[in-house]
Design a protein. Structure first.
Lengths: 884, 116
């Protein structure tokens, strides 16, 4: 295909060159001929001047010959089209206002649409960078709370032992690590531990070095690491001797054995990870059925259908549920195709919705264009009628009109690409993560093709209608009717239908944007149970090599809390397994000691947060009864728990929960309830929220992985504490990086960025739709006013007041807006429902917002009609009538 | 030479091509010579805007019926010389046959009109 394209290009180019040459040759030949003619006439006795005149006459019109030669090198239809386009360009240049408006409207409409198509293509249509990726499955252990649950190591080993339809299986666990080199500050990088089969299963071959060897998960041989290409480039300057070097990962020396290809840095799947280490496989790990930490991916054997694999997985899950009811009761296993996991459950629906909405914007832009063209055609109908009367064929009449809309559409399409590119830049900027990863949209031939196609469809569909209308006019009638060109009744009805449609679409866009803004706002203000204003937060992971046991972790925690608490400007400091702003995915099951045991699988579940004593003060979570944790809750002291109000009410009703004991099904976190804390709501939309929350002292369950919260003293800006905190921590342990050390408000701003992007898109669409629709109604009303100037003059002459005429003008616009709004209400309600489906956890069906959007629409329409109405009010009856 | 003897200024469409092909069938000529020859052979009865010869020549060249090279004219100036290609020769035969059959058909119709 490429060869063919090249050949075609070569022919075109040589023709282009030959064309210039042909014209030069023609000029030389004509000059030669002219000289001979002159010489001949001179020989017949004519004067120099007469001879030249005579010769020129005989030679004929040289410029027409040139034109003819030019056409020789072009196919005739093309030559015709070229002429029509040139003519159209000249005529468009004569009305720059119309042209700019039309091109801008199309550029915005097509641009929005093209960007959405590009997003859809990148996310839904483009395969993941793994060969034969359609054979890759992710295997989940689903529960009601978490349909995308992970597997435990023992589960995974059972799956591998069965194998079944899977030719190859792999598991990985996420865990950020500190990467340090002598002489460089430590850095927190996104990392995972993988089974040695990981890259083989995905079909990824390292660009440098080698894959993991099958025995590198044996403890002792596991200190090897593969790096992403990005990490190799950014952190190691792309040095060629990287393979074989030793780097410090979590303070332990590891050998770099390979570098992954750049295609692996695909933001849609695992592209944000930089460091890959083997998952060491020891007896304790192999026996662990409790910790669901492993993501499992399998490559189906060739020829095995997804249904077959699903059957196998479900069957295995059912068997494990029978064998290990304590852990697996109430769970089902399922397979999901890997490509579906990157889109999210509602991803394609949301993207499809955005394409549809951008289509609405485009439709509004197009119907505006149609209205503009129609108005233009109507004002030219005399010229057209004249040409028709002089015998121009229908095709000849249509050609310049179609050429004009084609030109406008192509110019609009070209500008649309700029709009789309700008949109993609914005998205990349908006999505830039801590690791420099970005959402990058593809702009390739299909996307350009989409923009071109949209332009052409627009040109034909919305340029042809007005054109056809004008050639249908009866030339006799048109010429006779003189200067009053209001267009006939059907024509006006068509224009009004376009306006009504625009308003209906604009209302849908407004309703969608409005409900999403409100929903997201509500989410962002769902800050019950904590106060982030004066907080700084950071992630902390103590490497197992240096902090191998609970005692050492606890000791470091005490040291760090003491040191940070003594910093000037710090009010309080705490460590916790999670921050209060986001979900706590550590869900554990409990039963109340002394109450009848509930059915297996139906025990109450609570989200666990393991915290140091000052947590409640630092986070701003109120303890409503009993006491918070304090210094006496050490590892040796009796196990204690704090539960939230919802759990207290749910388990004990009105009875006092203090002093009651909870037994955890995993055994480890049982204890006595010593306090009740306020309910905490996270700002993350959670599909299956766990209402029960439970706290445990960090001293009784020391965590290597913890979130640091620092509350600034009143009057101290939290951002001012960041450097002091970093300095103090580096003094304590130079190998220990802090992840995302920043004011909590910055963390929160980043959290819902995807919803934020969707909100921005919806706002942009609504603003475009509303703007274009009001422009449309303004144009139509203004034109009608201009055409009805005579009528108004007569009304004034007959005694009508300014108020009466203003009312007529406003009423004609408002009628259209109201009709459009009424039609749009159903669509708006539908869009809200669609948004609610795509964003579970957000309240998006809002009748009030819908009503508000309709009101806004009518007000804007009123404003758009107000300007032409004022002009109608200023009509001087005598002038207007005299101009008739 | 009265006006009546002169064939109309605008030649019938396609006839100019035929005239050029026929003129080139015997010799390699530049534009001026072609024009002269047509004038001489037609005894000046076929008048044409002489410049229109050149777009026609370019058209024939594009179709591959004639080919051209730059050379030096008798007067010592550089000029573009045209000659017939093999395809051009075939085209000449076809067109000539068409034309003759057209002429004879026209003639017989016109004769019939006159005799009736």
């Amino acid at each position: 295909v490429i060869g063919e394209r090249l050949r075609w290009l070569r022919t075109r180019l040589s023709r282009l060159l030959r064309r210039g040459k042909a014209e030069a040759e023609l000029d030389a030949e004509l000059a030669f001929h002219l000289d001979h003619l002159v010489a001949e006439h001179r020989a017949r006795g004519l004067s120099e001047r007469d001879a030249l005149l005579e010769a020129r006459r005989e030679l004929g019109d040289v410029s027409s010959y040139r034109e003819e030669v030019r056409d020789t090198w072009r196919p005739p239809e093309l030559a015709e089209l070229w002429r029509a386009l040139r003519f159209a360009a000249r005529s468009l240049a004569r009305s720059p206002g119309f042209t700019a408006l039309a091109v801008a409207a199309l550029a915005l409409g097509i641009g929005a649409n093209t960007m959405m198509f590009s997003a859809f293509r990148t996310l839904v249509l483009k395969p993941l960078p793994y060969p034969e990726g359609e054979r890759l499955d992710r295997i989940d252990r689903s529960t009601a709370q978490n349909p995308e649950g992970r597997l435990s190591p023992a589960d995974y080993l059972d799956l591998v032992a069965q194998g079944g339809p899977y030719a190859s299986l792999t598991a990985y666990a996420l865990g950020d690590v500190s990467l340090a080199e002598p002489g460089q500050p430590p850095e927190m990088v996104r990392a995972m531990r993988v089974t040695p089969s990981f890259f083989g299963t995905l079909g990824v071959t390292p660009e440098l070095g080698r894959d993991l060897a099958p025995d590198e998960d044996v403890p002792g041989r596991h200190r090897v690491v593969l790096l992403s290409r990005r990490c190799w480039q950014n952190r190691f300057g792309g040095r060629p001797d990287i393979v074989g070097r030793t780097v410090r990962v979590d303070g332990e020396p590891h050998d770099v054995v390979g570098v992954l290809p750049s295609s692996f840095n695909d933001w849609r799947h695992l592209g944000v990870f930089d460091v890959f280490r083997p998952l060491p496989r020891d007896a304790a790990l192999a026996a662990d059925r409790q910790s669901a930490v492993l993501r499992v991916i399998g490559r189906r054997a060739p020829g095995v259908s997804p249904e077959e694999a699903a059957g196998f997985v479900a069957h295995l899950g059912a068997r494990l549920a029978t064998d290990h009811p304590d852990v697996h009761a109430g769970t089902t296993w399922r397979r999901v195709s890997l490509s579906a996991t990157v889109q999210g459950q509602s991803g394609p629906v949301m993207l499809g919705m955005c394409i549809g909405l951008s289509g609405f914007v485009l439709l509004i832009a197009c119907s505006n264009l149609a209205n503009l063209l129609l108005a233009r055609t109507v004002s030219r109908s005399r010229e057209i009628a004249l040409r028709a009367a002089l015998g121009a064929s229908r095709g000849q009449l249509l050609r310049p009109l179609v050429a004009e809309s084609l030109l406008v559409a192509l110019a609009g399409g070209a500008c649309a690409l700029l709009v789309a590119l700008w949109g993609a830049d914005y998205l990349a900027l908006r999505s830039t993560g801590d690791n420099g990863e970005q959402v990058v949209l593809d702009f390739d031939w299909p996307v350009f093709g989409w923009a071109l196609g949209a332009s052409l469809v627009t040109a034909v569909a919305f340029g042809l209608a007005p054109a056809l209308y004008s050639v249908r006019l009866d030339p006799h009638e048109t010429l006779k009717s003189g200067a009053r060109m209001t267009g006939d009744r059907s024509h006006r009805r068509f224009r009004h239908a376009l306006i009504v449609g625009q308003f209906a679409l604009a209302l849908i866009l407004l309703a969608g944007a409005g409900s999403f803004i409100r929903g997201l706002d509500e989410l962002n203000h769902r800050r019950a149970g904590w106060d982030s204003g004066a907080l700084v937060n950071a992630g902390l992971v103590l490497p197992a090599a240096k902090y191998p046991d609970a005692g050492r972790i606890d000791a470091f925690h005490r040291l760090a809390l003491g040191r940070l608490g003594a910093l000037p400007g710090v009010a309080s400091v705490s460590l916790s397994s999670f921050t209060p702003f986001f979900n706590w995915p550590d869900v554990r099951r409990y039963r109340v000691e002394g109450q009848p045991r509930p059915e297996t699988g139906r025990e109450p579940a609570a989200a666990m947060n393991v915290v140091t004593p000052a947590y409640f003060d630092t986070a701003g979570t109120r303890v409503v009864s009993g006491r918070p944790f304090d210094a006496r809750d050490t590892a040796e002291a009796p196990a204690v728990l704090v539960i939230n109000q919802a759990m207290a009410r749910g388990l004990f009703g009105d009875a006092d929960p203090l002093g009651q004991r909870l037994a955890a099904l995993d055994g480890g976190s049982s204890g006595e309830i010593v306090g009740v804390a306020a309910d905490v709501k996270s700002i993350v939309p959670d599909p299956g929220p766990v209402a029960y929350q439970i706290y445990r002292p960090m001293a009784q369950e020391p965590r290597a992985r913890a979130e640091l919260l620092v509350r600034a003293a009143p009057g101290v800006p939290p951002s001012g504490l960041v450097e002091a905190i970093r300095g103090a921590m580096t003094e304590l342990d130079p190998d220990l990086p802090l992840r995302r050390l920043q004011p909590a408000e910055a963390t929160l701003a980043r959290a819902n960025y995807q919803s934020g992007v969707l909100r921005d898109i919806l706002i942009a669409f609504a603003a475009l739709g509303l703007g274009l629709a009001s422009l449309g109604v303004y144009g139509v009303i203004a034109r009608t006013m201009a055409q009805r100037a005579g009528e108004f003059a007569i009304r004034y002459a007959l005694g009508a007041r300014v108020r009466d005429v203003t009312r007529i003008v406003l009423a004609s616009g408002i009628r259209l807006a109201l009709l459009g709004a009424a039609l749009g209400l159903a669509g708006g309600a539908g869009l809200m429902r669609l948004l609610a489906y795509g964003n579970p956890g957000m309240r998006l069906e809002r009748p009030l917002v819908l009503a508000g959007a309709a009101l806004l629409l009518v007000v804007v329409a009123l404003l758009a009609c107000w300007l032409p109405a004022r002009r109608a009010a200023r009509i001087q009856p005598m002038d207007a009538l005299r101009a008739e | 030479m009265g006006e009546m003897d002169k064939v109309r200024n605008e030649l019938l469409q396609g006839t100019l091509d035929l005239l050029i092909l026929r003129t080139l069938s015997g010799a390699t000529l530049h534009g001026w010579d072609i024009a002269k020859r047509i004038a001489v052979v037609s005894k000046d009865r076929l008048s044409l805007k002489q410049g229109s010869l050149y777009p026609a020549l370019h058209r024939l060249e594009e179709r591959g019926w004639v080919e051209a090279d730059w050379g030096v004219s008798d007067a010592g100036r550089s000029a573009k010389f045209y000659r017939l290609t093999r395809a051009g020769r075939r085209q000449l035969e076809t067109e000539k046959a068409h034309w003759l059959s057209f002429v004879s058909a026209m003639a017989s119709v016109l004769d019939m009109e006159e005799s009736s």
